[in-house]
Design a protein around this ligand. Structure first.
Ligand SMILES: [Zn+2]
Length: 308
């Protein structure tokens, strides 16, 4: 009997801890599709980009408790790049109301990449952008799904951003036409390149500028796999400073606190070989679960009953 009770407790415990993890099968399915040749590198407004939009929206709008802040969940915007005008680029925005606070955690990942271009030695001209940034986009979807079932204290906005590769255009459009006063943003959590690291390291950049997040991340990542490293955010360190390297830069420019999760550059960075077959699935799943752990800790530890 004792043994049965023990086994029962074990199974309850494991199902509880299992509930604190993302759907890893869907994570891999999402990244495989988004980085497939069919989507041809997801350049803004290309056919592949439109297919990516449809896939992401079908997912995000299918979850429970998801609300629209823009018509049909899309924030359209236009911009000019190298004298070419891009009309109707699109950020895809899903909102999950928090249980206890009006403040918003804005989770972002860019879904665009650079499209097609010069062929490599193998004759491959599709820049699939599996790590950059199908990986962050797929993570965004499974995190949104997780929080649609496990209501956060703070509201959360999940935004798949367009046109990052042309100068953080989607992120700039978002903070320039945000549906709430910017002061209502608790922080931006940006994800860009999460799916491979030969050193088994994930970085969280931003604690130099936002030291209040440091102890929360240190506690949440104690003994974690992969290792969470803080850094790449010290001014004056040139390319080692990632503060403006991806969409969180647009939030930083508006003095909104941010954390950016990502890996160091690798041999396939911005090459046709940044493909699904070159990601590291085990690292990737663990990395996204670690991001989830950090976001759960931030949601809990930054909650202040007076802020409602
Ligand atoms: Zn990127």
């Amino acid at each position: 009997m004792k043994k049965i009770i023990f086994l029962l407790l074990c199974s309850i415990y494991s199902s509880l801890s299992f509930s604190q993890s993302i759907d890893s099968k869907k994570l891999l399915k999402h990244i495989e599709y988004l980085s497939s040749d069919e989507l041809a590198g997801r350049k803004p407004l290309s056919e592949g980009s439109l297919a990516a939009r449809k896939y992401i929206l079908d997912e995000l709008t299918g979850y429970e408790n998801v609300e629209a802040l823009y018509p049909d969940f899309i924030q359209f915007f236009s911009f000019t790049n190298h004298l070419k005008k891009y009309e109707d680029a699109a950020n895809l925005v899903a909102f999950i109301p928090g249980s206890s606070s009006r403040k918003v955690i804005v989770v972002t990942a860019h879904y665009d990449h650079v499209g097609t271009g010069r062929a490599d030695a193998n004759g491959d001209s599709i820049y699939n952008g599996a790590d950059d940034n199908a990986s962050g986009t797929a993570a965004l979807m499974v995190l949104a799904e997780y929080f649609s079932k496990n209501r956060p204290l703070h509201s959360m906005m999940f935004v798949a951003l367009d046109a990052e590769e042309m100068g953080l255009r989607g992120a700039k459009a978002l903070v320039d036409d945000f549906p709430y006063p910017l002061e209502q943003i608790l922080l931006n959590v940006n994800m860009d390149m999460l799916s491979r690291s030969d050193k088994n390291e994930l970085y969280a950049s931003g604690t130099y500028h936002n030291p209040q997040f440091r102890p929360i991340l240190e506690r949440a990542s104690a003994g974690s796999n992969p290792i969470l490293k803080l850094g790449h955010d010290v001014p004056g360190t040139g390319r080692e400073d990632w503060t403006k390297s991806s969409d969180h830069g647009a939030f930083f420019d508006k003095k909104i606190p941010h954390l950016y999760f990502g890996v160091e550059d690798h041999v396939d960075y911005h090459k046709p070989s940044d493909e699904f077959k070159n990601i590291q699935p085990e690292f990737y799943i663990n990395a996204v679960n670690l991001v989830l752990k950090c976001v759960l800790a931030l949601d809990k530890d930054l909650y202040n009953e007076n802020e409602k």
